[in-house]
Write a protein that binds this ligand. Structure first.
Ligand code: NAD
Length: 269
């Protein structure tokens, strides 16, 4: 895709699932990729090896990759992550806010500290990383792009996952507010809204054929999405091919946000 080769990209939570597919896809497009991971360096190393494999297949590829450990909920670690990236690559052009997790429970019983932890990663962490990226874009006097990996649940309520739903709802406003505030400086801020996607976050149903069929029966396209499909949309939004798009969420959801219950009319004659 146009305008990706040679760019410096940071992917948070880039060692598994959607983040890993995004990191690898940027690598395939010739970008320098910093892979943020929180705990397992083994997983991050696997992602790096996948990127190096892509590089081996690109003639004259001078692309670099970097592993950066940080918990995006911790301001000092986020600062160190950006310093490490700028030192290694000389700057940043594209930030992908992908790190996220969820905790379930009846909304009136969820311990407040678990609510706070989800918000600290999914929303506050994304904002923290966006602040650093924007400061770098402004200091460098160059355009930049931020892609937030949100969810269909930024708009569809998710009972029993109150902190997750609230964090993704907040992410929608993070996307639109930052997009409007920095549009004149050439900084674009967009999001993707994945539907049900086959990744470790969904380990409860992806490997169980009955549960998976139950999940997929709710999806108009009758199948879950793949991490690679999320990566395609992300790289598109970061590319020059989306150069006039800002403040938008691109739902990549097999039709899940299309009110599936209205597939056949039931509310009128
Ligand atoms: P995943 O569990 O494979 O990936 C999440 C990654 O975030 C992991 O690598 C994890 O270590 C990392 N992470 C979590 N907390 C972190 C922190 N504080 N600091 C740094 N890294 C942290 O799951 P996934 O499905 O690939 O999720 C990626 C993103 O996509 C999440 O934001 C999730 O909400 C979103 N999403 C996923 C789906 C889906 O169905 N899989 C649907 C909608 C949205």
């Amino acid at each position: 895709m146009k305008g990706i080769a040679g760019k410096n990209v940071l992917v948070t939570g880039g060692s598994s699932g959607i983040g890993q597919a995004i990191a690898v896809r940027f690598g395939q497009e010739g970008a320098n990729v910093a892979i943020n991971y929180r705990k397992s360096i083994e997983e991050a190393e696997k992602t790096e090896a996948m990127i190096q494999q892509c590089c081996a297949s690109i003639e004259g590829c001078g692309q670099r990759s970097l592993l950066v450990q940080a918990d995006v909920a911790q301001a000092d670690q986020v600062q160190q992550m950006f310093e490490a990236m700028v030192q290694a690559f000389g700057g940043i052009d594209i930030l992908v806010n992908n790190a996220g997790f969820q905790i379930s429970g009846p909304s009136h019983e969820v311990p407040m500290d678990s609510f706070d932890r989800v918000m600290a990663t999914n929303l506050r962490g994304a904002y923290l990383c966006a602040r650093h990226a924007i400061q770098h874009f402004l200091d460098a006097g160059k355009p930049g792009s931020i892609i937030n990996i949100s969810s269909v649940h930024q708009t569809i309520p998710k009972p029993h996952y109150i902190s997750y739903a609230v964090s993704k709802g907040g992410m929608q406003n993070l996307t639109t507010t930052l997009a409007l505030e920095y549009a004149a400086q050439g900084i674009r801020v967009n999001a993707i809204g994945p539907g049900a996607t086959v990744t470790p976050i969904n380990r409860a149903w992806v490997d169980d054929p009955d549960k998976r069929a139950q999940v997929e029966s709710h999806i108009p396209m009758r199948r879950a999405g793949t991490a690679e499909e999320m990566a395609s949309a992300t790289v598109f939004l970061a590319s020059d091919e989306a150069g006039y798009i800002t403040g938008q969420t691109l739902y990549v959801d097999g039709g899940l946000t299309l009110y599936p219950d209205f597939r056949t009319p039931w509310s009128s004659e």
